[in-house]
Design a protein around this ligand. Structure first.
Ligand SMILES: Nc1ncnc2c1ncn2[C@@H]1O[C@H](COP(=O)(O)OP(=O)(O)O)[C@@H](O)[C@H]1O
Ligand SMILES: [Mg+2]
Length: 489
């Protein structure tokens, strides 16, 4: 209530209009502070009336002070220089703010002609991926000039309207926000087509690892691996299984930032109790032994197995278990490297639904060390060996992987691959497939030429060997994969 006492010492309030028009306060400080200026004497006031009736107000009601009510901020500043209520009115200068209109942006003709906000190059030129469910296009927001990836949701053959898998993917993606998870910006309907709009990343790991000249350095590889497991750790702690970890679903920006993509098979899982899920998930080369043996009660360890397969690819540029697409052959590929599993390694082995059905009639030794010890650093080898455990319960969690000496102590330290800015072009699985086709074509031509020149046998041998090495992956648009993606719907 400090202010309540103040109006008594306040200077007489000027009329509102004179407040605006008042001359600027004198430069020299007034000789007497406002509060001390004596109020005009009664006869003086009466003189000011200029013949008006006695009761006529001489100032607006708002300007009169009421006892007990603070009259305004000036009350709190008794030392403010006195404003002259009778100073000559001054015309108010209105500062004119002239808004200079921005120059109208003119779009280049191709962008201006774009029917969509997201400009796409005509034909197949803008296609960066063609997966199981439809094409992925590279688009340019004509206004912001930001790049996007447009994943078309395939509606053909959907009897029940919007595909439930797309609903699941969208719902899941909307609940995720992490630097190592691709960001879904919006869902767009355009001319009868529906698209998921993502931030655009210049490469995926398949494209990058198959780049004709660029190779990641050891520190870069470690940084990629670290980001992969950070993304996985985020998913698993939020109760999400990705269920399709593979190099083509791992995007890399032109600054070396890695992001997990393709949540078409992902789902929330029950952390504290076991539920049944379909085992027909994950592209077969990256599928863990328990899934191959029919397990339906699985958890995040299936993603750890797939991530370990990707890690081998990051280190060696080659898939570790390149099977022919069948479950039995895939298991054989695994046995050939890790040996046949036994009950000491994996006590639950015999409980697997298809254990009896797929029981191998051979015994194979574990040659993992022999094959990989010299290809990777000691800590990296130890980490890989811990993830390639037959028993899913013995595999480390993503958080444990991140605490492994490979990441924490072994040199070199992880280093972001900022050099990717200079590699030129975008490198996705699609480009590497095209490159491979090109290579195959050239080799065929060479073989034909060699045949014609008489050295038939020799050329056949070398061509065959390369063809085997460059063999088409079973997941590339094959029915097996499409099947694998379908059943969980
Ligand atoms: N945000 C993106 N930026 C750049 N390329 C992408 C993006 N999302 C997907 N792609 C490319 O498209 C391919 C297919 O996309 P993906 O989401 O994996 O669909 P699908 O379920 O059909 O496999 C990927 O392998 C990748 O090369
Ligand atoms: Mg994919």
């Amino acid at each position: 209530m400090k202010n309540a006492a103040k109006p008594a010492v306040a200077a007489p309030r000027p009329e509102i209009s004179s407040k605006f028009n008042a001359a600027p306060a004198p430069r020299e400080p007034p000789t007497k502070p406002a509060a001390q200026k004596a109020p005009p004497t009664r006869p003086e006031r009466e003189r000011d009336r200029g013949g008006a009736p006695r009761n006529a107000p001489t100032e607006p009601a708002s300007a009169r002070s009421r006892p007990g009510v603070p009259t305004g901020p000036s009350d709190r500043r008794p030392t403010e220089p006195t404003r002259q209520p009778d100073a000559a009115p001054r015309t108010r200068k209105v500062k004119k703010i002239v808004k200079r209109l921005k120059e109208k942006p003119t779009l280049p003709p191709d962008l201006a002609a774009s029917k969509s906000v997201f400009f796409r190059k005509p034909g197949n030129e803008s296609v960066v991926g063609s997966g199981t469910y439809g094409k992925v296009f590279k688009g340019l927001n004509v206004y912001t000039k930001k790049l996007v990836a447009l994943k078309k949701i395939r509606m053909e053959g959907e009897r029940d309207g919007f595909p439930v898998t797309a609903v699941r993917e969208i719902k899941l993606l909307r609940s995720l926000s992490h630097k190592n998870i691709v960001q879904l910006q919006e869902v767009m309907v355009e001319a009868n087509d529906c698209f998921m709009v993502f931030e655009y990343l210049s490469h995926d790991l398949t494209g990058l690892l198959n780049h004709p000249t660029y190779t990641l350095e050891a520190g870069h590889k470690k940084h990629m691996a670290k980001q992969l497991f950070e993304g996985l750790d985020y998913l698993h702690t939020r109760g999400v299984l990705h269920r399709d970890i593979k190099a083509a679903n791992i995007l890399v920006s032109n600054e070396g930032i890695l992001k997990l993509a393709d949540f078409g098979l992902a789902r929330f899982y029950a952390k504290h109790h076991q539920l049944d899920y379909t085992n027909r998930v994950i592209t077969i080369w990256y599928r863990s032994p328990e899934l191959l043996l029919g397990e339906t009660q699985y958890g995040p360890a299936v993603d750890i197995w797939s991530a370990a397969c990707v890690l081998v690819e990051i280190f060696t540029k080659r898939a570790i278990f390149p099977g022919d697409g069948s479950e039995i052959n895939q298991l054989e590929k695994i046995h050939a490297v890790l040996g046949t599993p036994n009950r000491t390694d994996w006590p639950n082995l015999v409980e697997m639904p298809w254990f009896a059905l797929l029981r191998p009639n051979y015994r194979k030794p574990n040659v993992f060390e022999e094959k990989y010890k010299d290809q990777v650093t000691p800590a990296a080898f130890d980490l890989l060996a811990s993830m390639f455990r037959y028993d899913p319960d013995k595999r480390p969690t993503a958080a444990e992987v991140l605490n492994h000496p490979y990441f924490t102590t072994e040199e070199p330290a992880p280093r972001q691959a900022i050099e990717l800015k200079d590699i030129g072009g975008d490198w996705h699985e699609l480009e590497s497939k095209a490159l491979r086709r090109e290579k195959e074509k050239k080799e065929k031509e060479r073989a034909r030429a060699a045949q014609q020149s008489g050295s038939k046998e020799e050329s056949h041998e070398s061509g065959g060997a390369t063809r085997d090495r460059e063999r088409k992956r079973p997941n590339e648009g094959g029915d097996a994969q499409r099947e694998a993606k379908r059943p969980h719907i």
